[in-house]
Structures are given as C-alpha cells and as structure tokens.
Design a protein around this ligand. Sequence first.
Ligand code: C2E
Ligand code: CA
Ligand code: CA
Length: 245
Amino acid sequence: MHYQPVIHLESGRVAGIEALVRWQHPQRGLLFPDRFIPLAERTALINPLTSAVVEKALHEIGALARDGIELHIAVNLSVRNLHDPAFAAQLLAQARAAGFPLERLILEVTESAIMTDHGRARETLQQLHDAGIRLSMDDFGIGHSSLAYLKDLPISRMKIDKSFVMHFTEARNAAIVRSAIELGHNLGLSVTAEGVEDEATAEALREMGCDTAQGYYFSRALPMEELREWLRRSPWGCPAGDPGD
Ligand code: C2E
Ligand code: CA
Ligand code: CA
C-alpha cells in the first residue's frame, strides 16, 4: 500500500490520506494499479483484493492513530464491490474488528461503478452511508457523468478529476473546475481536487474555495514509513484535526 496525503487548503494542513494499491511483482518490479486492477475487476479476485486493501490500510492507519496522528483514510472501491450483496456487511465487520472509527473512513466510487446495476450499487452505498461511512464521487467530470447521481446518492464529497486540474492553465479547464466546485458546494458536498502539481494551482484552488487537494505538489503516494517521515518534515505535515472539510 502507498498513501497520498490530502491537504485541507484553508489551513494548509494534512486532513487525510488516500490508500493506493501497488503490486510488488517478483519479476516485473513495482506494478501500478492500472496494470492489474482492470484484470482483477474482470474476475472474482477484486473482492478479496479490496478486502486485503481495507485490512492493510486500517491496520497501518490504526498504528498511526495510536501514535497520536489522526487522519481520514480514503479507499477506492470497484464496480464489483458494490454489486456484491455481502460487501457492505463484510467491510463494516472489518472496520469494527480493527476498532477504526467509521466517520474517519471515506470510500471512493466512480460514476461508472454506479451506472451499471444502479439498484444494487445504490443499496450497498446506502448501507455504508447509514453506518456512518462517508462516500466520495471519484473522477468527477470524466466518463458518463450524470448530475442525477450527485443529486440522488448518499454522497458527501466529490473529487474533481485530475485531467482538469493538471492542465489548469488552460482557461477552459479552470472554468470547469470553478463550476464543479460551485456545483459541489451548492449540493452541500465537500470538494477535493486531485492532480495538483504546482503551487499556482494549489493557490488558485484555495481562492476558488476548494476544500481539499492532493497531488505531486504536496506529495506522491508513499509507503507508510515514508509517509511518517513526510508528516514529520513537510510544511503540510501537521494534521488539521477535523476542520469540517
Ligand atoms: P484515482 O483513484 O483517481 O487515484 C489517483 C491517481 O492519480 C493515483 O494513481 C495517484 O498516484 C495519481 N496522482 C496523484 N497525484 C497526482 C499528480 O499530481 N499528477 C499525476 N499525474 N498523477 C497523480 P495510481 O496510484 O496509479 O492509481 C490509479 C488508479 O487505480 C486510481 O485512480 C484508482 O482508480 C485505482 N486504484 C488504486 N488503488 C486502488 C484500490 O485499492 N482499489 C481499486 N479498486 N482501485 C484502486
Ligand atoms: Ca481515488
Ligand atoms: Ca482520478
């Protein structure tokens, strides 16, 4: 597991981390998720994979919390997880067994995950939401965006896709980001921007009222030991507590 810090823009402090999986392959070296998640998604393997990711992330962030560093943790889910009727109960059992406070867990889902078999996915999301877990709409703005999902689903955050944020200097991208932030806020959602690669973008997002951000400008995704080092040394490394982001 690698973890990328998520920064609360107003306070300039870390609010949480996103768990991003990698595969240390014995012959091929470190593989990134785009190489193996789509394969796992086409088989039943995605369910045990998600469960292993959740287990490891809860364990590692639990250790951080015992050292007095309390952060939100975001985990990515796949389409198939939402379609598995046993998924929600299993995840809740894992979190409870780890003693992890559910209100500090964020689950990220993409619009495409919700599109297919909308009814079943919705039921899973509702179960997770009712248990106190926060849900985030990932990759907002690409794919089959439907504003109806933002309106109807029990979602509390939205994450603007990095393709708009990374090329912020293009006026049209900045206009899309600004409008997405406003849309999110008007729906009562907290807004995160991903793919922030420079200071000017971070500053512009802060001025636009974007709540949180992540990207190479703050930090890449790091293994837990390096994340601890980053928390000690970086200007954003002191946790924001819960600024209500
Ligand atoms: P995502 O959820 O949109 O995650 C953000 C991706 O953008 C991560 O790539 C991250 O390392 C990368 N990124 C972050 N900041 C920047 C930046 O400033 N510039 C650029 N160019 N890229 C940035 P990663 O780790 O390769 O993950 C790719 C995708 O794989 C994720 O996209 C997510 O959809 C999926 N994924 C990762 N971990 C898991 C997992 O545990 N389960 C599932 N189902 N999917 C996962
Ligand atoms: Ca994500
Ligand atoms: Ca994305």
